[in-house]
Design a protein around this ligand. Structure first.
Ligand code: NAD
Length: 478
């Protein structure tokens, strides 16, 4: 018997959780549950994270959480509890399978069967944002080598375990050469360890377009957090409905299973919601905790129920659907089908007793890191970059020269275009005249002099070379 934590959440959460638990019980899942309360009620009581210390304790003790969607109230500084949970519990891999249920669920894509493996802890979801000038705000995109290695390896291991043929990587490394460049580079490195699995890379924009147009081209897709968030909703929707997809959030110790959709407040409490997303999350949970046979029984009964035309309103179509049912009636139909298999849709046969266990991340030997210059970011109300350059040159220490000024990444000095639109957010780049390195104290000297000259320095970024390779972006136009 496995003890798990459940959270019924908000909106349609309680209805779809009750429907899912009824199926788990009828199918003979060997689970005992501890229920915790999280979400809207706690947020509105003044708990800005939406979860109590006691609930954290239960989640950490049981290690497995089956969670219905929650509502994050608008405004008021409430943090997304979903993002908080993924990061605190180290749930680095978000696995989102999506398949077409054609001809029983209307879709333009009868052959779709995709697993999206989304990095779950970093990227723009690090949540580090600042307003720096009157006109400019910033969000930091953090990508780490351990983060990339773990998620890419997980995708290949998943493909190996489930007999998948191809892993595709989506990035935007033609623009973000450092961050997305690292993700792509790690993908290429790890792909070499799996010669039996085909691999490919697409730039995310055309990749997402292809996914919406010809999803049958894809098998397993691995990508970073934000892209994965967006494309998994696209995939679920083009397969039929966001109400159909479940998601597993896997960490080294804990795991969280849920539907991919939100709390759908407008249809809450009316027995209208499709419980399939949470049922799919529960099936992933059962395979994760080794109750593969029960998972298989539920999945085949669910497929047969869809095939029999028992459809909730979100997927109901005249012709292909036979019975328009509510949340409760849908789960009752699944229960009646336990032990049966679909006849047209392929029945599932999950791998038994197999788990994905990744090797511990091994830190690589440090590279030779040299401080090769500095970018000073300034809040300046002027409009002519030549004027800013003249001001900066007045106090600039002897050892460095001003190599460029950019505004929102576009080079505006020297030789800028008068057409370029400029905000009040400027970056001045300083590099050593001897073209080798600068001392860290020079940065303090530069800042001190800038402040004395009434220049509002809002932040600095050090420019490094690693093993002699410049590890920073150039200004566009450079
Ligand atoms: P949503 O997913 O709740 O709803 C989007 C649309 O899909 C709506 O038309 C809704 O009626 C429909 N829909 C969603 N799930 C359905 C289901 N199971 N059956 C039938 N129809 C379904 O997204 P939203 O409206 O952007 O967000 C509502 C709330 O959910 C927000 O507070 C948001 O923060 C929260 N949210 C929570 C999670 C989570 O807890 N994992 C995820 C996303 C959004």
């Amino acid at each position: 018997m496995k003890r798990i934590t459940i959270a019924k959440g908000d909106g349609i959460g309680p209805e779809i959780m009750d429907a899912t638990l009824a199926i788990l019980k009828a199918a003979g899942a060997q689970i005992e549950t501890d229920e915790i309360e999280i979400g809207e009620k706690l947020f509105l009581e003044g708990n800005t994270s939406g979860i109590s210390d006691e609930a954290w304790g239960i989640i950490r003790r049981n290690k497995i959480l089956l969670k219905a969607p929650i509502t994050t109230p608008q405004g008021g500084g409430y943090k997304s509890l979903n993002v908080t949970m993924r990061k605190f519990l180290g749930l680095y891999a978000n696995i989102r399978p999506t398949m077409s249920l054609y001809p029983f669920v209307a879709t333009k894509h009868p052959k779709m069967d995709i697993i999206i493996v989304r990095e779950n802890e970093e990227d723009l979801y690090a949540g580090i944002e600042h307003q720096q000038t009157d006109e400019v705000v910033q969000c930091l995109k953090l990508i780490s080598r351990p983060g990339c290695e773990k998620i890419v390896r997980y995708a290949f291991e998943y493909a190996k375990l489930y007999g998948r043929k191809k892993v595709t990587c989506f990035t935007k490394d033609n623009i973000m050469k450092q961050t997305d460049g690292l993700f792509h580079q790690v993908f290429n490195e790890i792909a070499l360890e799996y010669p039996e699995i085909e691999n490919e890379h697409w730039i995310i924009d055309i990749g997402a377009a292809l996914l919406a147009d010809s999803p049958e081209k894809f098998d397993v897709i691995v990508t970073s957090n934000l892209y994965g968030d967006i494309i998994s909703d696209i995939a679920a929707q083009v397969a039929g409905s966001v109400g159909l997809a479940g998601s597993a959030n896997i960490g080294e110790e804990c795991a969280l299973f849920e539907a991919i959709h939100g709390s759908a407040p407008t249809i809450a409490g009316q027995n209208l919601a499709n419980p399939s997303g949470l049922i799919q999350g529960a099936v992933q949970m059962l395979t994760h905790i080794g109750q593969t046979e029960v998972a298989e029984t539920i999945q085949n009964a669910w497929l047969k129920t869809i095939e029999d035309g028992y459809h909730t309103q979100d997927i109901y179509t005249e012709g292909s659907s036979k019975h328009k049912v509510g949340t409760k009636e849908f789960s009752e139909a699944v229960i009646l089908n336990l032990g049966k298999k679909p006849s047209l849709l392929p029945p599932v046969n999950f791998a038994k007793g197999l788990q994905i266990t990744l090797p511990k991340y091994q830190r690589k030997p440090s590279k030779k890191k040299v401080l090769f210059g500095v970018d000073l970011f300034m809040h300046w109300q002027g409009t002519d970059p030549n004027e800013l350059a003249a001001m900066v040159k007045e106090f600039m220490p002897e050892e460095v020269h001003l190599t460029m000024i950019t505004n929102r990444g576009i080079k505006v000095y020297p030789d800028g275009f008068s057409e370029t639109f400029c905000t009040d957010h400027w970056r001045c780049r300083f590099k050593p005249k001897n073209n080798s390195s600068i001392k860290p104290t020079l940065i303090i000297d530069l800042m001190q002099k800038a402040i004395t000259h009434n220049i509002d320095v809002i932040k600095t970024e050090n420019l490094y070379t690693f093993d002699g390779k410049p590890a920073f972006s150039l200004g566009q136009g450079q």
